[in-house]
Design a protein around this ligand. Structure first.
Ligand SMILES: Nc1ncnc2c1ncn2[C@@H]1O[C@H](COP(=O)(O)OP(=O)(O)O)[C@@H](O)[C@H]1O
Length: 329
């Protein structure tokens, strides 16, 4: 490993900002403080630091939950979104947005498709099926190549979900059925006594249509000798997260990525504690710490430095540094 080498390109990663103009408060189980107002200052500090880096990031991946569900009762969804997006826009580089559960508490899919959180125009191909904002079954996913032989693939962890999906859609009906089969609690957000704790309402899953679409892209990346980083709001590998945060059908996604040698890493948010593990196939699973539970005097974001043989994760504050050697390299 040549330490003096310049990276091929760099990009920034940030997760679970969950901004709301609201006093600090505990999470649901009262174990962790959430710093709703300070999350905007932490984002501002992060963008200032990215802007001052000698190798400026080519783009940012925002891993979802950009504003908190508390904006709904406060009637501040639009104004809070504008505030956080204004901070990102100061960077004047592409911002790739993933949608998490808090996006769906604040907005429906049609509103999201028509908002600045729809970053599909930055991708090479957009959602499949009729490309209409009114299509109740479409998913939000795209991919792009930021540098020759590298690809970023953003996937929709809430393709199957009862949040975000219109109750008249087939996906909503099927999701509710599966959720009720797996979760017998009166409150479907509760993981009490579940054999598979990820089957809670605040999570979701990936449809076969999306899995097939992902498979097609990875097949062509395998053929072209690319390295692919896949990113979604929900983690897919149990040792990299609290199991309550996993994608409903995480095993389907995991096995799909593992059979494609092009996949080198999977990035997720959602579990604010963060996590990391390399799976037996050599894929690095990184769950990024959430800004919302990061004390105002700390930080939680990363710059990824991409080299031929590895990625250097340069973490700030709660996010640890890591050297991530690519599988098969
Ligand atoms: N253990 C739980 N039991 C019941 N409801 C829960 C539980 N954990 C979270 N919730 C509810 O689920 C929703 C999402 O939880 P939240 O903690 O805001 O998600 P996130 O981790 O994405 O911030 C909220 O309405 C919250 O009250």
């Amino acid at each position: 490993m040549d330490e003096t080498q310049e990276p091929l390109f760099t990009f920034g990663v940030i997760a679970d900002i969950q901004y709301a103009d609201k006093d600090d408060g505990y999470n649901y189980v009262k174990t962790r403080m959430r710093y709703y107002r300070s999350s905007l200052s932490l984002l501002r500090d992060a963008t200032q630091e990215w802007a001052s880096e000698s190798a400026r990031p080519a783009f940012i991946i925002q891993l979802g939950d950009i504003i908190d569900g508390f904006n709904v009762p406060l009637k501040t969804s639009e104004s809070s979104l504008t505030k956080v997006l204004d901070e990102f826009e100061k960077l004047k580089i592409p911002i790739h947005h993933i949608w998490g559960n808090h996006e769906f508490y604040n907005f429906n899919r049609k509103q999201l498709m028509e908002s600045k959180l729809n970053s599909t125009p930055l991708g090479e191909t957009q959602v499949i099926s009729p490309e209409s904002h009114d299509d109740l079954e479409s998913f939000y996913a795209y991919h792009f190549s930021p540098f020759p032989k590298f690809r970023i693939l953003l996937i929709d962890s809430y393709d199957f979900s009862v949040i975000g999906r219109d109750p008249s859609s087939q996906k909503y009906v099927k999701s509710l059925k599966v959720l009720k089969q797996k979760n017998k609690n009166a409150d479907l957000n509760s993981p009490t006594d579940l054999d598979e704790p990820q089957f809670v309402q605040f999570n979701g899953g990936i449809s076969n249509a999306q899995l097939n679409w992902i498979g097609g892209i990875l097949q062509s990346s395998d053929k072209n000798g690319e390295k692919v980083i896949v990113a979604g709001h929900l983690p897919i590998y149990p040792p990299s997260t609290d199991p309550i945060c996993l994608t409903w059908n995480y095993l389907d996604v995991l096995s799909m990525l593992q059979v494609h040698p092009s996949v080198v890493a999977y990035f997720a948010g959602h579990d604010h504690d963060g996590g990391y593990c390399q799976d037996p196939h050599g894929i690095h699973h990184i769950t990024f710490n959430g800004i919302i539970e990061t004390p105002p005097d700390s930080q939680a974001f990363a710059t990824m430095e991409i080299y031929e043989d590895r990625m250097e994760l340069r973490g700030r504050g709660l996010v640890p540094n890591r050297t991530l050697i690519y599988r098969n390299s």
